[in-house]
Design a protein around this ligand. Structure first.
Ligand SMILES: [Zn+2]
Length: 314
Protein backbone atom coordinates (compact mmCIF):
# COMPACT_ATOMS: atom_id res chain seq x y z
CA UNK A 1 0.00 0.00 0.00
CA UNK A 2 1.41 3.38 -1.03
CA UNK A 3 0.97 6.07 1.60
CA UNK A 4 1.83 9.74 1.86
CA UNK A 5 3.53 10.19 5.21
CA UNK A 6 3.57 13.98 5.11
CA UNK A 7 3.26 16.70 2.51
CA UNK A 8 3.69 20.44 2.33
CA UNK A 9 2.65 23.04 -0.22
CA UNK A 10 5.27 24.40 -2.60
CA UNK A 11 5.07 27.98 -3.89
CA UNK A 12 3.37 27.27 -7.20
CA UNK A 13 0.59 24.74 -6.91
CA UNK A 14 2.77 21.70 -6.28
CA UNK A 15 3.25 19.59 -3.17
CA UNK A 16 6.35 18.14 -1.61
CA UNK A 17 5.47 14.66 -0.34
CA UNK A 18 7.35 11.98 1.57
CA UNK A 19 5.87 8.66 0.56
CA UNK A 20 6.25 5.12 1.77
CA UNK A 21 5.34 1.68 0.56
CA UNK A 22 3.92 -0.57 3.24
CA UNK A 23 4.30 -4.30 2.71
CA UNK A 24 2.25 -6.46 5.04
CA UNK A 25 0.74 -9.96 5.10
CA UNK A 26 -2.05 -10.42 2.56
CA UNK A 27 -4.47 -11.88 5.10
CA UNK A 28 -5.50 -10.49 8.46
CA UNK A 29 -4.97 -7.05 9.88
CA UNK A 30 -1.72 -5.41 10.85
CA UNK A 31 -2.54 -4.61 14.48
CA UNK A 32 0.23 -5.71 16.80
CA UNK A 33 2.55 -6.92 14.03
CA UNK A 34 6.24 -6.02 14.33
CA UNK A 35 7.38 -3.35 11.88
CA UNK A 36 10.72 -2.67 10.20
CA UNK A 37 11.22 0.77 8.64
CA UNK A 38 13.84 1.17 5.91
CA UNK A 39 14.56 4.83 5.20
CA UNK A 40 16.85 6.48 2.69
CA UNK A 41 17.31 9.57 0.56
CA UNK A 42 17.89 11.94 3.47
CA UNK A 43 20.88 13.18 1.50
CA UNK A 44 19.74 13.77 -2.06
CA UNK A 45 23.13 12.91 -3.58
CA UNK A 46 23.17 9.42 -2.05
CA UNK A 47 21.34 6.87 -4.15
CA UNK A 48 22.61 3.45 -3.00
CA UNK A 49 19.55 3.06 -0.77
CA UNK A 50 17.28 3.33 -3.81
CA UNK A 51 18.59 0.03 -5.07
CA UNK A 52 18.20 -1.58 -1.64
CA UNK A 53 14.54 -0.50 -1.43
CA UNK A 54 13.95 -2.03 -4.84
CA UNK A 55 15.86 -5.26 -4.17
CA UNK A 56 14.22 -5.87 -0.80
CA UNK A 57 10.76 -5.44 -2.28
CA UNK A 58 11.54 -7.85 -5.11
CA UNK A 59 12.64 -10.47 -2.58
CA UNK A 60 9.50 -10.04 -0.46
CA UNK A 61 7.20 -9.92 -3.47
CA UNK A 62 8.66 -13.22 -4.70
CA UNK A 63 7.59 -14.98 -1.47
CA UNK A 64 4.77 -12.89 0.01
CA UNK A 65 3.52 -15.85 2.04
CA UNK A 66 6.61 -15.54 4.24
CA UNK A 67 5.92 -11.97 5.28
CA UNK A 68 4.70 -12.16 8.89
CA UNK A 69 5.02 -8.51 9.85
CA UNK A 70 5.20 -5.03 8.33
CA UNK A 71 7.96 -3.53 6.22
CA UNK A 72 7.66 0.20 5.55
CA UNK A 73 9.98 1.52 2.83
CA UNK A 74 10.69 5.24 2.59
CA UNK A 75 12.94 5.69 -0.46
CA UNK A 76 13.00 9.48 -0.55
CA UNK A 77 13.02 11.29 2.79
CA UNK A 78 14.34 14.37 0.95
CA UNK A 79 12.58 14.12 -2.42
CA UNK A 80 13.52 17.63 -3.55
CA UNK A 81 17.19 16.84 -2.90
CA UNK A 82 17.03 13.71 -5.04
CA UNK A 83 15.19 15.57 -7.80
CA UNK A 84 17.81 18.30 -7.94
CA UNK A 85 20.96 16.23 -7.22
CA UNK A 86 21.55 18.20 -4.08
CA UNK A 87 22.68 16.79 -0.75
CA UNK A 88 20.58 19.00 1.45
CA UNK A 89 17.06 20.37 1.11
CA UNK A 90 17.21 22.83 -1.79
CA UNK A 91 16.01 26.37 -1.15
CA UNK A 92 16.33 25.93 2.61
CA UNK A 93 20.08 25.24 2.40
CA UNK A 94 19.71 22.63 5.13
CA UNK A 95 21.16 19.20 5.78
CA UNK A 96 18.03 17.19 6.50
CA UNK A 97 19.98 14.95 8.85
CA UNK A 98 20.53 17.92 11.18
CA UNK A 99 16.93 18.87 11.92
CA UNK A 100 15.56 15.85 13.77
CA UNK A 101 13.40 15.30 15.76
CA UNK A 102 11.78 18.26 14.00
CA UNK A 103 8.72 20.15 15.16
CA UNK A 104 5.15 19.76 13.98
CA UNK A 105 4.59 23.51 14.31
CA UNK A 106 7.98 24.50 12.84
CA UNK A 107 9.08 25.70 9.40
CA UNK A 108 8.56 23.28 6.50
CA UNK A 109 11.76 21.18 6.90
CA UNK A 110 11.21 20.75 10.64
CA UNK A 111 7.55 20.04 10.08
CA UNK A 112 8.45 17.26 7.62
CA UNK A 113 10.94 15.79 10.09
CA UNK A 114 8.46 15.98 12.95
CA UNK A 115 5.68 14.25 11.02
CA UNK A 116 8.09 11.58 9.84
CA UNK A 117 9.11 10.90 13.43
CA UNK A 118 5.43 10.46 14.32
CA UNK A 119 5.02 7.96 11.51
CA UNK A 120 7.95 5.91 12.82
CA UNK A 121 6.54 5.55 16.33
CA UNK A 122 6.12 1.96 17.39
CA UNK A 123 8.58 0.49 14.87
CA UNK A 124 10.55 -2.53 16.07
CA UNK A 125 13.61 -1.25 14.24
CA UNK A 126 14.61 1.41 11.70
CA UNK A 127 17.47 1.22 9.22
CA UNK A 128 18.68 4.53 7.75
CA UNK A 129 20.67 3.98 4.54
CA UNK A 130 23.41 6.41 3.49
CA UNK A 131 25.88 6.38 0.62
CA UNK A 132 28.92 8.35 1.73
CA UNK A 133 29.19 11.42 -0.52
CA UNK A 134 30.42 12.04 -4.05
CA UNK A 135 34.08 12.00 -2.96
CA UNK A 136 34.70 8.77 -1.05
CA UNK A 137 33.79 5.14 -1.67
CA UNK A 138 32.89 3.32 1.53
CA UNK A 139 32.75 -0.36 2.42
CA UNK A 140 29.32 -1.64 3.41
CA UNK A 141 29.17 -0.81 7.10
CA UNK A 142 27.00 -0.01 10.10
CA UNK A 143 27.98 3.00 12.20
CA UNK A 144 27.03 3.00 15.86
CA UNK A 145 27.37 5.28 18.84
CA UNK A 146 29.14 3.47 21.70
CA UNK A 147 26.34 4.50 24.06
CA UNK A 148 23.86 2.42 22.09
CA UNK A 149 26.24 -0.40 21.25
CA UNK A 150 24.92 -2.91 23.77
CA UNK A 151 21.42 -2.61 22.42
CA UNK A 152 22.22 -2.18 18.72
CA UNK A 153 25.16 -4.52 18.12
CA UNK A 154 23.07 -7.71 18.14
CA UNK A 155 20.83 -6.18 15.45
CA UNK A 156 23.73 -4.67 13.48
CA UNK A 157 25.49 -8.03 13.29
CA UNK A 158 22.55 -9.45 11.35
CA UNK A 159 22.85 -6.92 8.52
CA UNK A 160 25.54 -8.84 6.62
CA UNK A 161 27.83 -5.83 6.34
CA UNK A 162 31.59 -6.03 6.03
CA UNK A 163 32.17 -3.76 8.96
CA UNK A 164 30.67 -2.23 12.12
CA UNK A 165 32.31 1.02 13.17
CA UNK A 166 31.63 2.03 16.77
CA UNK A 167 32.10 5.75 17.38
CA UNK A 168 32.77 7.40 20.72
CA UNK A 169 29.85 9.34 22.08
CA UNK A 170 31.67 12.68 21.78
CA UNK A 171 31.54 12.57 17.98
CA UNK A 172 27.83 11.84 17.71
CA UNK A 173 25.46 14.46 16.31
CA UNK A 174 22.23 14.77 18.24
CA UNK A 175 20.12 16.14 15.41
CA UNK A 176 20.26 13.08 13.16
CA UNK A 177 17.32 10.84 12.39
CA UNK A 178 19.02 7.81 13.95
CA UNK A 179 19.96 9.64 17.14
CA UNK A 180 16.42 10.93 17.54
CA UNK A 181 14.92 7.51 16.95
CA UNK A 182 17.25 5.82 19.43
CA UNK A 183 16.49 8.56 21.97
CA UNK A 184 12.79 7.85 21.43
CA UNK A 185 13.32 4.15 22.13
CA UNK A 186 13.25 2.91 18.53
CA UNK A 187 16.41 0.93 17.70
CA UNK A 188 17.89 2.68 14.65
CA UNK A 189 20.87 1.52 12.63
CA UNK A 190 22.82 3.75 10.23
CA UNK A 191 24.29 2.02 7.19
CA UNK A 192 26.96 3.67 5.04
CA UNK A 193 27.77 2.10 1.71
CA UNK A 194 29.17 2.72 -1.75
CA UNK A 195 29.47 6.25 -3.07
CA UNK A 196 27.25 9.21 -3.87
CA UNK A 197 25.39 9.50 -7.18
CA UNK A 198 25.95 5.83 -8.02
CA UNK A 199 24.44 2.42 -7.36
CA UNK A 200 26.56 -0.54 -6.28
CA UNK A 201 24.25 -3.54 -6.71
CA UNK A 202 26.70 -6.04 -5.19
CA UNK A 203 26.65 -4.11 -1.90
CA UNK A 204 22.90 -3.62 -2.19
CA UNK A 205 22.28 -7.34 -2.65
CA UNK A 206 24.58 -8.16 0.28
CA UNK A 207 22.66 -5.76 2.53
CA UNK A 208 19.32 -7.05 1.29
CA UNK A 209 20.26 -10.51 2.56
CA UNK A 210 21.08 -8.90 5.89
CA UNK A 211 17.75 -7.09 6.02
CA UNK A 212 15.99 -10.44 5.55
CA UNK A 213 18.00 -11.81 8.48
CA UNK A 214 16.99 -8.79 10.58
CA UNK A 215 13.35 -9.28 9.55
CA UNK A 216 13.52 -12.94 10.58
CA UNK A 217 14.98 -11.93 13.94
CA UNK A 218 12.16 -9.41 14.47
CA UNK A 219 9.45 -11.93 13.53
CA UNK A 220 8.68 -10.27 10.21
CA UNK A 221 9.99 -12.98 7.86
CA UNK A 222 9.44 -16.75 8.00
CA UNK A 223 11.22 -17.56 4.74
CA UNK A 224 14.75 -18.78 4.24
CA UNK A 225 17.49 -16.41 5.32
CA UNK A 226 20.63 -16.44 3.19
CA UNK A 227 23.84 -16.98 5.12
CA UNK A 228 25.23 -13.76 6.51
CA UNK A 229 28.79 -13.05 7.51
CA UNK A 230 30.21 -11.82 10.77
CA UNK A 231 31.41 -8.26 10.24
CA UNK A 232 34.71 -6.84 11.41
CA UNK A 233 34.04 -4.60 14.38
CA UNK A 234 36.17 -1.60 15.15
CA UNK A 235 36.39 1.48 17.32
CA UNK A 236 37.93 4.79 16.24
CA UNK A 237 41.21 3.76 17.84
CA UNK A 238 41.80 1.15 15.15
CA UNK A 239 41.09 3.46 12.20
CA UNK A 240 43.75 5.52 10.41
CA UNK A 241 42.75 8.59 8.40
CA UNK A 242 44.99 9.47 5.46
CA UNK A 243 44.74 12.99 4.01
CA UNK A 244 46.30 14.85 1.11
CA UNK A 245 49.20 17.09 2.07
CA UNK A 246 49.27 18.95 -1.24
CA UNK A 247 46.56 19.99 -3.69
CA UNK A 248 46.29 18.18 -7.00
CA UNK A 249 44.62 15.23 -8.68
CA UNK A 250 44.57 11.88 -6.87
CA UNK A 251 45.49 8.83 -8.92
CA UNK A 252 44.78 5.64 -6.96
CA UNK A 253 47.23 2.73 -7.28
CA UNK A 254 45.02 0.09 -5.65
CA UNK A 255 41.30 -0.70 -5.75
CA UNK A 256 38.97 0.03 -2.85
CA UNK A 257 38.62 -2.70 -0.27
CA UNK A 258 42.04 -4.34 -0.56
CA UNK A 259 44.27 -5.48 2.26
CA UNK A 260 47.43 -3.33 2.32
CA UNK A 261 50.93 -4.03 3.51
CA UNK A 262 52.85 -1.41 5.48
CA UNK A 263 54.54 0.95 3.03
CA UNK A 264 52.43 -0.12 0.05
CA UNK A 265 51.53 2.66 -2.37
CA UNK A 266 47.85 3.69 -2.18
CA UNK A 267 48.21 6.31 -4.90
CA UNK A 268 49.75 9.63 -5.73
CA UNK A 269 48.70 13.24 -5.99
CA UNK A 270 49.91 14.97 -9.12
CA UNK A 271 50.30 18.55 -10.22
CA UNK A 272 48.80 18.61 -13.70
CA UNK A 273 49.95 22.17 -14.49
CA UNK A 274 53.61 21.29 -14.08
CA UNK A 275 53.25 17.65 -15.01
CA UNK A 276 54.84 16.23 -11.90
CA UNK A 277 53.89 14.08 -8.93
CA UNK A 278 53.69 15.98 -5.65
CA UNK A 279 52.85 13.33 -3.05
CA UNK A 280 53.20 9.58 -2.88
CA UNK A 281 50.63 8.16 -0.46
CA UNK A 282 51.85 5.08 1.35
CA UNK A 283 50.06 2.82 3.83
CA UNK A 284 51.48 3.77 7.24
CA UNK A 285 50.70 0.30 8.57
CA UNK A 286 49.19 -2.98 7.41
CA UNK A 287 45.43 -2.79 7.22
CA UNK A 288 42.19 -2.86 5.30
CA UNK A 289 41.43 0.00 2.90
CA UNK A 290 37.75 0.51 3.65
CA UNK A 291 37.47 4.11 2.38
CA UNK A 292 39.08 5.34 -0.83
CA UNK A 293 38.80 8.68 -2.60
CA UNK A 294 37.10 8.45 -6.00
CA UNK A 295 36.70 12.15 -6.73
CA UNK A 296 40.15 13.07 -8.02
CA UNK A 297 40.49 16.75 -7.13
CA UNK A 298 42.13 17.27 -3.73
CA UNK A 299 43.04 20.20 -1.55
CA UNK A 300 45.58 19.99 1.26
CA UNK A 301 43.70 18.15 4.00
CA UNK A 302 41.22 16.34 1.74
CA UNK A 303 40.51 12.79 2.91
CA UNK A 304 42.15 10.26 0.57
CA UNK A 305 41.65 7.01 2.45
CA UNK A 306 40.78 5.32 5.69
CA UNK A 307 42.28 2.06 6.82
CA UNK A 308 41.51 -0.31 9.63
CA UNK A 309 44.63 -1.58 11.29
CA UNK A 310 45.36 -5.26 11.00
CA UNK A 311 43.23 -7.80 9.21
CA UNK A 312 40.27 -6.95 7.08
CA UNK A 313 37.28 -8.90 5.98
CA UNK A 314 38.60 -10.77 2.99
ZN1 LIG B 1 24.08 10.53 4.07
Amino acid sequence: MLQTVVSAALPVQERLAIRKHRLSPAAGGTDGLPRLCVLTGTHGDELEGQYVCYALQRRIQAEPEHLTGIVDLYPAINPLGIDTVSRGIPMFDLDMNRIFPGASDGPVPEYLAGELMKDLRGAACAVDLHASNIFLREALQVRLNENNADRLLPLARLLNTDFIWIHPNATVLESTLAYSLNAAGIPALVVEMGIGLRLTPSDGDQLTNGLLALMAHLGIWSGAVPPYKAPVESTDGEVILISAEKPGMFLPAVPHGVQLQRGQCIGEIVDVLRGEPVQQIMAPAAGWLFTLREYPACYAGSVVARMMLGGGVF
